[in-house]
Write a new protein. Structure first.
Ligand code: PEP
Length: 251
């Protein structure tokens, strides 16, 4: 198995600290020693407790679901990359479509967050993906291409090596509709070509590109079987320990 593989769960605004601890523990027990990186994207209030679990479980990591682009200051309610790094957080999900839609985040802001995360030593999981009308109009490569360019194309190659990309067609998130393995593969290959053209073959071949959008135990294997699909970013199905473990084992 290639060392660029990963399955990341995005719990979103679900689970209390006690529920989150039980969920992570149950996943760790179901999976045993994973053959891939397994990431729990947890609510901010649970980061330290889940980090305490993952730090003792080889192959498991913890991710924040967001962070602020400034180091510190009068930003009530926010968390900085420095704080995440100091808490031992490995990854941060940035640019999720829910952050773009409900909190007005655009690629200029997300780019600033990516730079801060990298400077602090927290690896960004950068989410991109088109809405349904864009796909229907056949403009999905143009839109995703622009997202990749704006968010990533001023990074140094060494910085890009730290970035995980998650292609998440917005029409497939939380809808039960999944991109077909061919649709996922086409877009992942397109993204990898863009990385190749800008950063070179070596970076392109080592970049992890996850698929996200209604990944379930019964469709994971087919999606993960595509050559440029390196794993998944999983929302709803990451809240069920046995189901999420089955998705991890499908990779
Ligand atoms: C997500 O929110 O990143 C996601 C992929 O959600 P779901 O798996 O529920 O579609």
């Amino acid at each position: 198995m290639s060392n660029r593989t990963m399955v990341a769960g995005n719990w979103k605004m679900n689970t209390t600290p006690a529920e989150g601890a039980a969920l992570a523990q149950a996943v760790i027990e179901h999976v045993g020693t994973p053959g891939t990186k397994v990431v729990f994207g947890v609510p901010a209030i649970q980061l330290t407790q889940i980090q305490a679990l993952t730090s003792k479980a080889p192959g498991f990591y913890v991710a924040a679901q967001n962070m602020h682009q400034e180091d510190s200051g009068a930003y009530t309610g926010e968390i900085s990359a420095r704080m995440l790094a100091a808490a031992g957080v490995d990854y941060v999900i940035l640019g999720h479509s829910e952050r773009r839609d409900y909190f007005g985040e655009d690629d200029t802001l997300i780019h600033a967050k990516i730079l801060k995360a990298l400077a602090a030593g927290v690896q960004p999981i950068y989410c991109c993906g088109e809405k349904l009308n864009i796909r229907q109009a056949g403009n999905h490569e143009m839109v995703v291409g622009k997202q990749i360019e704006q968010a990533l194309f001023t990074l140094e190659a060494e910085q890009m090596r730290q970035v995980v990309i998650a292609y998440e067609p917005v029409w497939a998130i939380g809808t039960g509709v999944t991109a077909s393995p061919e649709q996922a593969q086409d877009m992942h290959a397109f993204i990898r070509r863009m990385i190749h053209n800008y950063f070179g073959q070596d970076v392109a071949e080592s970049t992890t590109i996850l698929y996200g959008g209604s990944v379930k135990p019964d469709n994971a294997e087919e999606l993960f079987g595509m050559p440029d699909v390196d794993g998944g970013l999983v929302g709803g199905a990451s809240l069920d320990a046995a189901g999420f473990a089955a998705i991890v084992k499908a990779l």
